[in-house]
Design a protein around this ligand. Structure first.
Ligand SMILES: C[S@@+](CC[C@H](N)C(=O)[O-])C[C@H]1O[C@@H](n2cnc3c(N)ncnc32)[C@H](O)[C@@H]1O
Length: 381
């Protein structure tokens, strides 16, 4: 898109506007954030602007004309980020140094909750052709926003991941969210999560991706900066050792975080009381290294391939049990079909708060009998 004035964008979106948000003011005298929503007053379509000043919020009802005037006089050029959501689409804008705005992402609007649900059109969340320039930089989309053939499996995976998150948030009224991505790697998923929550849902989003690879972390940070994704950052860290984000966290995600990196992510979620966990493990080598014959399951340990698969399943079963003990409702679901990735199990967990010990006792009996260790079990004594 060519750079334009925000007022013009608002004016042309006005008729079907469902939400507008102006955030990150460039000077301290401006309100910290302004949210606009339409409302009917005595049968007339009006707009309510909510201005956040410190801990307080002030409201003002404006006609369409007054809203556009207000935007031109007070808001246009004063806020680094803006989001305009209409019935048809959701678009995010970043302020450039010349005082004009550039559209940094846009998407077809999400269907209303009543129309949402479990049977959404396949691939709806992240369709080819959606304006997600970060995916072009990451090599998943061509400059025409078509999926790059060699990245099709990745595209399917991140689509499915977000589809599962979308199901969990179908009826959510949550306005802000903090998410940590453990072992984010090239961060296809991390960028898409940002796009989904910030652009599609219009929420205040903080997402931090952690990875061991300094060069990859730096590159992802540059892409986030390029598109003005200020709520998205990347940190070079070893999640098994380093001190991570210390504020409240709502969601933990992992997509193929190697071996025990998944355990550290789950442990962090438990410690922080994160409400949502979406974790697709991979390379579950830990149990396979130590397990020896010890009981009724010995028949499964005679062949290397079976032993490896048993160990991976045992790892995830124990993770599920620990999470249940620590107050989570857990589902194990097929993440994507085998054609797209053999690492296709997702641990999906939602915090419920009822804690117990039974699962860990059961897991410890197995660990003792078969002589293996399991990191999450040890991290949650
Ligand atoms: C298979 S890649 C997956 C990357 C990304 N989530 C995706 O699905 O495209 C696993 C990533 O986990 C990172 N990783 C492994 N152990 C880690 C640790 N202890 N701390 C931080 N990152 C780790 C690796 O550097 C690697 O980038």
């Amino acid at each position: 898109m060519t750079e334009r004035s925000l007022t013009l964008e608002l004016e042309s979106a006005l008729e079907s506007l469902s939400k507008a948000v102006f955030s990150q003011p460039i000077d301290r005298t401006a309100d910290a954030k302004i949210s606009v929503r339409p409302l009917l007053l005595r049968g007339e379509r009006m707009y309510q602007a909510e201005m956040c000043r410190g801990a307080q919020a002030f409201h003002e009802n404006l006609s369409g004309e007054a809203l556009v005037r207000r935007c031109r006089e007070d808001w246009d050029g004063r806020y680094r980020q803006a989001l305009l959501v209409t019935e048809e689409q959701s678009a995010q804008y970043s302020l450039k140094t010349n005082g004009r705005y550039k559209k940094t992402a846009s998407a077809a609007a999400l269907p209303r909750p009543a129309a949402a649900g479990h049977n959404r059109e396949k691939g709806y969340i992240l369709r080819e052709g959606e304006n997600i320039p970060a995916l072009v930089d990451l090599g998943v989309f061509t400059p025409e926003f078509k999926v790059v053939k060699a990245r099709y499996d990745k595209y399917k995976q991140i689509n499915r991941f977000v589809e599962l998150i979308d199901q969990a948030f179908a009826d959510s009224e949550k306005k802000a969210i903090t998410i940590l991505d453990f072992g984010c790697g090239k961060s296809y998923l991390t960028f898409i999560l940002y796009y989904y929550f910030a652009v599609k849902r219009g929420m205040d989003v903080t997402i931090i991706g952690y990875d061991l690879k300094a060069d990859v972390v730096e590159r992802c940070g540059q892409i986030a900066e390029k598109y003005g994704y200020t709520g998205l950052r990347f940190v070079h860290a070893d999640v098994s050792r380093d001190v991570l984000y210390q504020e409240k966290v709502d969601m933990i995600v992992t997509l193929h975080a190697c071996d025990t990196a998944t355990d550290y992510a789950l442990h962090y979620a438990i410690e922080k009381g994160a409400d949502y966990i979406f974790s697709v493990p991979c390379c579950q080598h830990e149990i396979n290294r130590d397990i020896r014959k010890g009981g009724d399951l010995d028949i499964l340990l005679e062949h290397g391939l079976l032993k490896e698969r048993l160990s991976a399943l045992l790892t995830d079963a124990i993770r599920g049990k620990v999470l249940e003990d620590m107050g989570y409702k857990v589902d194990m679901i097929e993440f994507t079909d085998f054609d797209h990735s053999p690492k296709n199990l997702m641990i999906r967990a939602r915090r419920r708060g009822r804690k117990g010990t039974k699962g860990r006792e059961e897991a410890r009996r197995l660990a003792e009998a078969y002589g293996f260790r399991q990191t999450l079990l040890e991290l949650c004594p």
